[in-house]
Design a protein around this ligand. Structure first.
Ligand code: 1HN
Length: 348
């Protein structure tokens, strides 16, 4: 039964002021705002960040902010609905575009938020995670799990730019976000052995069957393999099903990180797709192709390397702008967190 609840104005002013002076508040005037009926209140706006707008500003940051003065040279993709200063693409997802120039190194540290890198352009970049050197090619996904040491470097000749996705808004909101500085790591595994060990889905080192499972057995997912998998999948997927793969822990088959989830979608030539509406918020990054995203009725034309955000419970439609070539999109969402907390939902 829905009925209007009492307001602060209904209360004697001296009573209300007395509550406030004792650090107390009545719940009922605010109950509908923190717990609305039917749908959550959402401040997150469907927002598109064009790479053509970000890139020149990021390259300018390369001139304005030496790496020693920046530690990480990043422009943050801030959702205007959430307040730019809060650095949230969605309520739980932080997204930044990071630039590293030839010869630069970004110092070793570890922190409580988890991070992933998704490479946008440039050759020769690398991240070292716990001694394992992970090469960064366009489209590769690199995991830097919570509390693991990581540093970046660049052995190439052109600028390297990647997208960082972190669960920072959540961890900061928990007042649990902090970092520890470290000495430069010694590379103990120059060959990125984890990506060799788990080269192919469905085939794992035999010891995985009996050994204690690693929380993060695979730290780098090469785009070459993901793209080939999507292209193959398109050949065996019916027209009315989406061509969509998830990045998982190869030992458990479950999500590879605890809080945020990662997936890649192929839009076949001419395809128009309505995604299942669900409780999770998400960020989409275009790897290849052009098209239109319509999020809660707002149409946004996208091209290669553009990034856009969709709030929780959003209605999302994606249309490939080409009838001849496929489009590929990388997706970050907070579905793993929603699932673990017991409120993940899909609608219709
Ligand atoms: C961080 O550690 C990195 O290691 C990038 O490259 C962006 C944003 C907020 C907090 C930590 C990195 C970050 C970050």
């Amino acid at each position: 039964m829905s009925s209007a609840l009492g307001t602060v104005a209904d209360l004697p002013a001296d009573y209300y002021d007395g509550l406030v002076s004792r650090n107390l508040l009545p719940l009922w005037p605010s109950l509908r705002s923190v717990l609305p009926y039917g749908n959550p209140a959402r401040k997150t706006r469907p927002t598109l960040w064009r790479y053509a707008d970000v890139r020149p500003n990021l390259l300018r940051a390369g001139e304005l902010a030496p790496i020693e003065k920046a530690e990480r040279r990043v422009l943050v993709l801030c959702n205007p609905g959430l307040g730019l200063e809060n650095m949230q693409a969605t309520p739980s997802i932080y997204i930044g575009l990071q630039l590293i120039l030839p010869g630069e190194t970004a110092p070793n540290h570890r922190h409580t938020p988890m991070a992933v890198r998704f490479v946008i352009e440039g050759q020769g970049g690398y991240t070292v995670v716990q001694g394992e050197k992970l090469p960064m090619e366009k489209g590769d996904l690199i995991l830097t799990p919570p509390r693991l040491w990581h540093q970046h470097g660049h052995e190439g000749t052109e600028p390297v730019i990647w997208l960082d996705a972190l669960d920072l808004p959540l961890i900061y909101g928990l007042e649990a976000s902090y970092a520890i500085e470290g000495k430069v790591q010694t590379v103990t595994d120059p060959r990125n052995a984890s990506t060799t060990r788990f080269r192919q889905g469905g085939i794992v080192p035999y010891a995985s069957l009996s050994e204690r499972r690693d929380d993060y057995p695979l730290l780098r997912f090469p785009w070459r393999e993901v793209r080939a998998t999507l292209t193959g999948l398109a050949g065996v997927t019916s027209k009315d099903a989406s061509v969509h793969v998830a990045y998982v822990n190869p030992e458990t088959g479950r999500e590879c990180m605890a809080t945020l989830g990662f997936s890649a979608l192929m839009l076949r030539p001419g395809e128009e797709l309505r995604l299942t509406r669900r409780s999770a918020s998400s960020v989409f990054h275009v790897v290849e192709g052009t098209g239109t995203a319509t999020v809660d009725g707002q149409a946004m034309a996208f091209g290669e390397s553009d990034t856009f955000a969709a709030p929780t419970h959003a209605e999302i439609r994606l249309a490939n702008g080409s009838g001849k070539t496929p489009a590929f999109v990388f997706i970050v969402d907070d579905a793993p967190m929603h699932r673990k907390l017991g409120f993940y939902e899909e609608f219709d």
